[in-house]
Design a protein around this ligand. Structure first.
Ligand code: AOF
Ligand code: ZN
Length: 382
């Protein structure tokens, strides 16, 4: 008799391990979303996609996108299913590709494997795909359904979707501050306003970002390494970007030195395949990005502390809204306690998928994020 340990990896006997129990609210597409989340940090500049193949007899085979150059989610699941793919239903968060990239088209693999039906979360806005995957599958006799859990998938893939639509990365601005909104003391010292849990969250956020950006002043004062760490272990090394000149011997080296307005910087990073950039301050850089209106998400860590005066460093250094009519208005995407701190995530009201693509990919977004516990003084030379 077959036991759980006889089941090959990725091959799940539905009767033995009923992961896809509709009664529990789970579904193949919900599982595909989970699988995609597991490879969130490993696929850029490609999207993180999850796939679940359900065979005619109800066996379940899973796949997720491998690092660039490796197989796509659909090909992984089909490979695991082997002959069981014939007559199956394949659920994929993103439209299968129909083009030859670093890897052959998924549509070809789907047709060759004899899959009967494909259920797609959202269409792929990449100009090379953009509906062609669905079209080709239908032309070749595969039934296709589009739009299952489209909102959830759009939220999960928000950075990828923005990059493919606009050429710019998804921008997260994070700031750690006292409850009265100050990120450093008048003498420039800022460690540690927020606590350990916020610090861990910050490193997770760095790990999922393709680039981390700070001002040169922050490098001079803090000498951060800007790597993503789990304890003392470096788990990711995003591209480190410094606005201005990096001093010799700085820990942030090797780093990309950039100049110019935020829009130009983002265009340049997008062209380098950066899907998500984390702006870590200090307060002049925060002001410049905010003022330019290019921030997709604000992640604020507020500590139960008060500087209690107006001489401590504010979150944004520079002129703000001159009157109430021009104040930035947003909405809280999430609010959660983190250790003894509060983590707030905001986006602009009306922030959503630009018109025209709504129909294709569903509505907007919900991204996880995090922050460095420490805050930065405001001495960038930018
Ligand atoms: C899929 N499933 O899991 C992913 C897709 O260079 P390649 O061959 O890896 O192709 C990259 C493009 O394929 C990428 O820009 C995006 O349009 C699509 N990604 N497609 O069917 C996947 N990751
Ligand atoms: Zn593909």
């Amino acid at each position: 008799m077959m036991t759980g340990s006889d089941v090959a990896p990725g091959r799940v006997r539905r009767d033995r391990r009923p992961r896809l129990d509709p009664a529990s609210g789970s579904s193949p597409m919900a599982r595909a979303l989970q699988l995609a989340a597991q490879v969130r940090t490993a696929t850029a500049p490609n999207p993180w996609v999850g796939c679940v193949l359900v065979s005619r007899s109800g066996e379940v085979f899973e796949g997720a996108t491998e690092p660039p150059g490796g197989p796509h989610a659909e090909v992984v699941a089909i490979g695991r299913a082997g002959e069981e793919a014939r007559g199956s239903v394949l659920y994929t968060t993103l439209e299968p590709c129909a083009h030859q990239g670093r890897t052959p088209p998924c549509t070809g693999a789907i047709v060759a494997a004899g899959v009967s039906k494909v259920v797609v979360g959202i269409l792929d806005p990449d100009p090379q795909v953009c509906g062609r995957g669905v079209e080709e599958l239908r032309d070749r006799g595969v039934e296709v359904e589009v739009g299952e859990m489209a909102e959830e998938v759009s939220a999960q893939l928000a950075p990828y979707l923005k990059h493919r639509r606009t050429g710019r990365p998804w921008v997260i601005l994070k700031l750690g501050a006292s409850a009265d909104g100050r990120i450093a003391a008048p003498d420039g010292s800022s460690r540690w306003i927020t606590g350990e849990a916020a610090r861990r969250d910050a490193h997770r956020l760095r790990a999922e970002s393709d680039a981390v950006l700070v001002g040169a002043g922050t490098v001079r004062v803090d000498d951060p390494s800007l790597t993503a760490r789990d304890g003392s272990q470096v788990v990711a090394e995003p591209l480190r970007v410094v606005l201005g000149s990096v001093p010799r011997g700085a820990k942030v080296r090797p780093a990309l030195e950039m100049r110019g307005d935020p829009g130009g910087v983002l265009d340049d990073l997008g062209a380098r395949g950066v899907l998500q950039v984390l702006v870590e301050g200090g307060s002049q850089v925060a002001h410049r990005f905010h003022e330019a209106g290019v921030v997709d998400r604000y992640v604020l860590y507020l500590a139960p502390a008060l500087f209690g005066g107006d001489d401590a460093v504010p979150m944004f250094r520079g002129a703000g809204a001159p009157d109430m009519a021009r104040i930035w208005r947003g909405r809280f995407v999430s609010m959660e306690p983190l250790g003894s701190d509060l983590r707030l995530e905001l986006e602009a009201v009306g922030a959503e998928v630009p018109a025209g693509l709504d129909a294709l990919i569903g509505s907007s977004s919900n991204m996880p994020a995090g922050e460095d516990a420490r805050t930065q003084p405001d001495q960038e030379e930018v």
